[in-house]
Design a protein around this ligand. Structure first.
Ligand code: 173
Length: 318
């Protein structure tokens, strides 16, 4: 009788200790739920919740309806949320050099070995009070999509929807940049407020933009970066086992980039089938565009971040 009672108490104690140790993190994405640039983050959450049972759980609040895209960086910084899926382009107000991450398209396995991850993590620690848990989509490029046909790579007279990703190159080529969140792109095109927009090669079908897009300009340029950031105080409050669940899932998430080769091929075919015409001006014009795009972006990053800009450029090696 007595030993049964003691065993019972021991079980209850063990259960309550485990329950007390399970931490719940609040998560948001800067992209709409279920769309291309949220999907893998959502898979990451499922994995953490499965692998971390009893230790750590992520409560996914959702996409831009929860926190506007350009405020997600600040929401992580101030611990309004614990973890976020967000591109550096959306928090350049807090970290101007975040605009330089698109200029490094090396696989994360390499960036984690050669000191790039560590340096970018330090920048996040200092400027965004956050931990740089993962970077996704290093092998997915951007394009400029247009509704007016051009006969050379020149945006004179065109209004083009941008974020910091495309602003400098659009201006350098004579276009008028208009900054909007992704959620406003459809209406801007439909109303003719914009004649085109910057966006990755993937994802234009998610919000129906294929219906308001005529051309995709070649060549592809830069490298998409969507990061998983954890508020630094939330990160420090975790124990080793909890951090391991997140870190293992982060490496797995980065590995999902290998799926993108096939996704990009399928997406280009789907765009062609939807009547979106590629505008290709040949190898010489493409090379000139890529050189210009690279130059103006680094100049802009280095001007706004004179210390970290050159260091990021050296790490990117371009
Ligand atoms: O165009 C954008 O909104 C943008 O900057 C971006 C960045 C990464 C992935 C998708 C879009």
């Amino acid at each position: 009788m007595r030993s049964t009672f003691i065993a019972g108490v021991a079980v209850v104690l063990a259960a309550s200790t485990a329950a007390a140790q399970e931490v719940t993190l609040r998560a948001v994405s800067s992209f709409a739920e279920g769309t291309e640039f949220s999907k893998n983050f959502e898979r990451f959450i499922e994995k953490v919740n499965a692998d971390g049972k009893g230790l750590i759980k992520i409560n996914y609040i959702g996409g831009p309806r929860a926190v506007p895209p350009f405020e997600v960086g600040n929401a992580v910084r101030t611990r309004v949320v614990d973890i976020a899926n967000v591109t550096g382009a959306f928090y350049t107000n807090l970290m101007p050099e975040a605009d330089g991450f698109k200029l490094n398209g090396k696989p994360m396995s390499e960036q984690r070995k050669n000191g790039t991850w560590e340096y970018i993590n330090q920048l996040h620690n200092q400027k965004l009070n956050s931990y740089y848990l993962a970077r996704q989509f290093h092998n997915v490029p951007f394009h400029i999509y247009l509704n007016k046909k051009i006969d050379k790579i020149d945006f004179s007279g065109l209004k083009i929807r941008v974020t910091p990703v495309y602003r400098d190159v659009v201006e350098a080529l004579g276009g008028t940049p208009i900054t909007t969140a992704p959620g406003e792109v459809y209406t801007a095109l439909e109303r003719g407020v914009a004649d085109g927009y910057g966006w990755p090669v993937t994802g234009i079908f998610d919000l129906g933009w294929d219906k308001v897009t005529k051309f995709r300009m070649e060549p592809p340029f830069y490298s998409v970066e969507v990061n998983v950031l954890v508020n630094l105080d939330s990160w420090k409050a975790l124990n080793d086992a909890q951090r391991k669940v997140l870190t293992d899932a982060a490496l797995w998430l980065e590995g999902l980039d290998s799926e993108k080769v096939a996704v990009i091929k399928a997406e280009r075919e789907r765009q062609a089938a939807a009547g979106i015409q590629a505008l290709d001006f040949g190898p010489a014009a493409s090379k000139a565009f890529l050189d210009r795009a690279n130059d103006v972006a680094w100049q802009s990053v280095i001007k706004r971040a004179p210390e970290s800009g050159p260091k990021l450029r050296q790490l990117a090696g371009n």
